[in-house]
Design a protein around this ligand. Sequence first.
Ligand SMILES: Nc1ncnc2c1ncn2[C@@H]1O[C@H](COP(=O)(O)OP(=O)(O)OP(=O)(O)O)[C@@H](O)[C@H]1O
Length: 214
Amino acid sequence: MIKVSNLTKKFGSHTSLNNVSIEFDKNDYVALMGPNGAGKTTLIRSIMGYYHPNAGEVTIKGLNPIKNRTKVLDAISFVPQLPPPIKLNLDELIQYIQTSSNVERDLIMHYANEMKLDIKNNLYKSFFKLSGGMKQKMLIAISLAKNSEIIIYDEPTANLDPKARDDFYRLLKENEKEKISLFVTHRLDEVKDIVNRQVYMDLGEIVSDDRVQN
Ligand SMILES: Nc1ncnc2c1ncn2[C@@H]1O[C@H](COP(=O)(O)OP(=O)(O)OP(=O)(O)O)[C@@H](O)[C@H]1O
């Protein structure tokens, strides 16, 4: 469903992805690992069509994510490493997601509650004024409610306390059916029970790609 073929992405003279080829299919639950600067975020941003490659291509369900941005992003739930600076308050944000991505408000509220985000008392607070962990919880609630075929989490638990991490992984386990899940992570121990594939990158290349039992 996700096909990355001979992808090269450079920033100036720096090669962030060097001729990368990899495929992800339904029921692949992947830990994408590697040292800082290995190219993990560049790879997932390329999958979402944020970057024009220098060579090679990406297709998602046969579609080029740059040319078919809206359609491709519709199939993806993405939680970034750093929450975006959204000025909307939570109520407005939920309304926006409801209309733009056809996600049920009640379902977002449900997952926010499951993540122990006190959404009722923060409904009229700007997203960007929430704490780092609260932002992450809100983005996770939206991503779970969207229930996409592809979920991509770029270090989603970085700001979460241990209890919230447990809640997150419990909810993911409950939701894991017939999807592709990509977790960019430095903490294999956290995700090893929910992944069945471990991909390791270094210096812009895939250095190992192992199927594992979860
Ligand atoms: N927008 C950009 N402009 C210039 N250079 C970039 C850009 N994005 C990434 N890079 C460079 O590409 C390389 C790979 O970065 P990337 O963010 O993909 O690494 P990463 O594996 O996700 O690292 P980390 O674990 O630190 O998040 C780095 O050298 C980085 O400086």
